[in-house]
Ligand binder design. Sequence first.
Ligand SMILES: *Cc1c(COP(=O)(O)O)cnc(C)c1O
Length: 398
Amino acid sequence: MQLLSDLEQQLNALDAQQLRRRRRIADTPCAPHVTVDGRKLLAFCSNDYLGLASHPRLVEALHEGATRYGVGSGASHLISGHSRAHALLEERLADFLSPHLEQARALYFCTGYMANLAVLTALTAPAGRDADLFSESLNHASLIDGARLSRARVQVYAHGDNAALEVLLKSSTAKTKVVVTDSVFSMDGDLAPLPALLGLCERYGAWLVVDDAHGFGVLGKYGRGALEHFRLRSPYLVYMGTLGKAAGVGGAFVAAHATVIEWLVQRARPYIYTTAAAPALAHALMTSVELISGHEGAIRRAHLQQLVGQLQAALHLQRWTLFPSQTAIQPVIIGRNDEALRASAALHEQGLWVPAIRPPTVPADTARLRITLSAAHTAADVTRVAEAINAVEAGVPA
Ligand SMILES: *Cc1c(COP(=O)(O)O)cnc(C)c1O
């Protein structure tokens, strides 16, 4: 069959470029020590930044949620799937983000991917084709797809280049303007210059959509994320936080002025035409927010920050470079795909799981080891991975 052999040829081409990916099967919960494909590994690859994904209080809350609400919502939110658990979570999240937004309201989504599609399509929809969407060049794939799905004219501005963005904003005559950016860039770990971006958006009358997937729960004294870190507050802000990373469960939310959220409820197709997430998840997430915003969250964030500093001090690289990042995402840039793969394989031999990230996820010739740290790691875990990477780079198997 021709159609199948076309696909086989494409897959062979991926093999030839060392770009074929494979999934590893985990038999243990998300935690630093895992059993994967039958092997015990110390993992540095999850986005479970606070170590909440297998927290006993969250496991208990999910049980309780299932007992109270069952396991399925049964329908979309606008039909009959919107439960008290969803409503309470949305109120809690709106209250949590309220220092940073005017008339804050929040909307819970099944995934961050869908939340991003929803925000970008719905915000630009009223203007039809008379909308300009300005997208940072290192934005997450879900924002790129959301921009494509919208009818807006999409213009990509260079990473961190506010001057280039200002030129574009100044020359835009579109009825609706939207600037969209990751707050913490997922493959580099660096932060977007949000205060200056917000200044530009207020000056030129543009929405600022902030994807805080890697900031929510992690940044800020209370874990409110990038808006708290930078002390921002504005009616121009549309905030997207995910709940499957630091919050340890799953789903995502958009928080913004109540009018924006009401518009999403009415018109955002990725919100409307999908079955509501299990209410039990929303119920468990109430406990996540409690943990994040309380004393335990503060202790976990402080420990995570300590591990980041420890890793930076312990790596001594020659050819490779540790990308400057203050967040839990610490990339070691290697360059070539095959070298990054060999480095990751050598670490795996030593019982360490540090993924090699290759194009198209990152630009060509910037293949890397992406180390992600979690508050569940210990100082000894970090020493072990740093020493192993130092040795692998030197070509000396430790
Ligand atoms: C993970 C991620 C998303 C998608 O969130 P999910 O809930 O996993 O679908 C969106 N944006 C960024 C920057 C992410 O890292």
